[in-house]
Design a protein around this ligand. Structure first.
Ligand SMILES: NC(=O)c1ccc[n+]([C@@H]2O[C@H](COP(=O)([O-])OP(=O)(O)OC[C@H]3O[C@@H](n4cnc5c(N)ncnc54)[C@H](OP(=O)(O)O)[C@@H]3O)[C@@H](O)[C@H]2O)c1
Length: 245
């Protein structure tokens, strides 16, 4: 058996592309997101292509559901080799619009969802004395623009959390690896989470011009997973060639 890989936010975009590529490479994949029908269809596609996959409807803002995803994976495949915290949303707007519900949502999904994933998978990996977290940050985890303060804040947080975890696991000698993937513009459904019309227009225009395919990010994830166990690819920052910042 290949590596057992759990992917949150696997119903579209980067998560879907990564699930399909890793399954094609012979790894059993467990897909999680809220849209169950999408997950069902993707699992069918993977199986039709000869891969092994399962899904569990999961809202990453609910710790119990994230724990249930880990339990389901252990029951189904007996181990968790890789846990990819990928679920995220990007409803960008300026602070003066006070879209506080959207700030809450970004904190809940982009930060707390990642923490719940760590809480669910870390004890399993500690017991195995092996495992890898793949956490999705962003170019926005490195650079802030007007209108992206909260989103960038969540993505800076993912990098901080990831490096804290990496250092602790290195000190503990647990053999657990931590990888941050920080993409620039990737053609996915992500801009659809923007509700401010002016921001949406700008982001859509920028994505139409610059965005690269989600497959590129899937390939970067596959590279980080394939590195020898004594080597930890800590971050991959990956932009469209045309993207300036
Ligand atoms: N596209 C880019 O340009 C870009 C750049 C940098 C970083 N990223 C990061 O890449 C990650 C994947 O995004 P994407 O670009 O592939 O966008 P996407 O196509 O919109 O995918 C987002 C995924 O997250 C899931 N999701 C949202 N809320 C969730 C929740 N509460 N519980 C579980 N799943 C949830 C969605 O599924 P359901 O709606 O079915 O739950 C969907 O599968 C995100 O963390 C994003 O911030 C993307």
């Amino acid at each position: 058996m290949g590596k057992v890989i759990v992917i949150t936010g696997a119903s579209s975009g980067i998560g879907e592309a990564t699930a399909k590529l890793l399954a094609k490479q012979g790894n059993p994949v467990v897909l999680a997101a809220r849209r169950e029908q999408r997950l069902q269809e993707i699992v069918k596609d993977i199986e039709a292509a000869g891969g092994q996959a399962a899904y569990q409807a999961t809202d990453v803002t609910d710790r119990k559901q994230v724990q249930a995803l880990a339990d389901f994976t252990i029951r189904k495949f007996g181990k968790i080799d890789v846990w990819m915290n990928n679920a995220g949303l990007m409803p960008q707007s300026t602070f003066d619009q006070l879209k506080v519900d959207e700030w809450d949502r970004m904190v809940d999904v982009n930060i707390k969802g990642v923490l719940y994933g760590i809480a669910a998978a870390l004890p399993v990996m500690r017991k195995q004395q092996s495992g890898q977290f793949i956490n999705l940050s962003s170019v926005a985890g490195h650079v802030v623009h007007a209108g992206s303060g909260v989103y960038a804040g969540t993505k800076f947080a993912v990098r901080a959390i990831s490096d804290g975890l990496r250092q602790e696991e290195a000190a503990a000698g647990s053999h657990i690896r931590v990888t941050v993937i920080s993409p620039g513009a990737v053609a996915t459904e992500l801009p659809n989470t923007i509700t401010d019309p002016a921001t949406k227009k700008n982001v859509d225009a920028f994505y139409a011009e610059d965005a690269i395919a989600a497959d590129r990010i899937a390939e970067a994830v596959a590279y980080a997973i394939a590195a020898p166990e004594d080597t930890s690819i800590n971050e991959i920052l990956i932009r469209p060639t045309k993207q300036i910042v």
